[in-house]
Design a protein around this ligand. Structure first.
Ligand SMILES: [Fe+2]
Length: 288
């Protein structure tokens, strides 16, 4: 280059990043929203699990040959969980799946779960642990959610035996047998037990291909083979994500067929309705 070549004018593109509790948030907008405002509703749920003091025990990719919207569709409703995911149902209560997983809070099954939840909340509050939930009530830039709920009775953590599997994380003083679900966008989910966490990231790659990345996190001092067994820890989400990959790919084949016609959502699929209207309103806003 010439002597007067100005390197400062020809650098890589800049982007905004924030590191919160060891999680890296990237914003490609030139006018990023206020991070503190964005993280506020889910902050205490993430902090309680001490992710800043965690390490990645395992990372695995599940390449999924389906559109990203079909992939998220599958992940954000649990209407299909009872027929399709026996392993998930071994760890999570049927009433919870109907009340939260399927995104419906109106049926008699969720009334039953409400009772279980309020008894558990009382116990957990006495332990000095966190309870509660958050979901967006009106349309905004974000799609955030958080909740703490009990696992199926007798389960300490999300494993086949339900027995504790690793060192307690974050602010947990003892096992409260709870489960914390956090989403800071539809493209990621933090599903956290008392002693390990499973992090999901859904990456749209092309119209017919979505990369699904799972990371299992444990306390930074936990040692494999001594404090935790990786196969036992990844069992449920590994087998469930493999099943979901097949469901999504079959679904995609159906959607591509000449006979395909879109159908209505079930009343149990409130989460999907919310996601679709959020996405469509964003599309509208980007056109206008
Ligand atoms: Fe699924």
């Amino acid at each position: 280059m010439e002597k007067n070549f100005d390197k400062t004018q020809w650098h890589l593109h800049e982007c905004n990043i924030k590191i919160f509790e060891g999680l890296i948030f990237i914003n490609l907008s030139e006018q990023p929203n206020n991070f503190n405002e964005f993280i506020a509703p889910t902050k205490k749920f993430i902090e309680f699990h001490g992710l800043a003091d965690a390490k990645i025990a395992h990372r695995q990719y599940y390449p999924t040959y389906g559109n990203w919207k079909l992939t998220l569709d599958n992940f954000h409703e649990c209407y299909h969980c009872q027929p399709s995911h026996p392993e998930y149902c071994q760890v999570h209560d049927k009433e919870y799946i109907i009340a939260y997983g399927a995104g419906s809070n109106t049926g008699p099954a969720s009334e039953k779960f409400d009772k279980v939840l309020s008894e558990w909340n009382e116990k957990v509050n006495k332990m000095g642990h966190l309870t509660g939930e958050y979901s967006e009530t009106e349309f905004n830039d974000y799609s955030r959610s958080a909740e703490r709920t009990p696992l199926k009775e007798g389960m300490f953590t999300e494993t086949k035996s339900g027995q504790p599997i690793s060192k307690l994380m974050g602010k947990f003083k003892d096992y409260d047998c709870g489960y914390t679900s956090v989403g800071t966008s539809p493209f990621n989910s933090l599903l956290m037990c008392n002693d390990f966490a499973t992090l999901f990231t859904f990456i749209p790659v092309s119209p017919l291909y979505t990369q699904v990345e799972l990371m299992w996190l444990v306390h930074k001092d936990a040692e494999e083979g001594k404090d935790y067994n990786l196969d036992e820890m990844k069992w449920m989400w590994d087998v469930t994500t493999i099943a979901d990959k097949r469901i999504i790919e079959d679904n995609q084949k159906g959607v591509l067929s000449e006979k395909y016609v879109p159908g209505p959502l079930s009343e149990m699929e409130k989460g999907l309705e919310k996601f679709k209207s959020w996405y469509l309103r964003h599309l509208e806003n980007s056109i206008n």
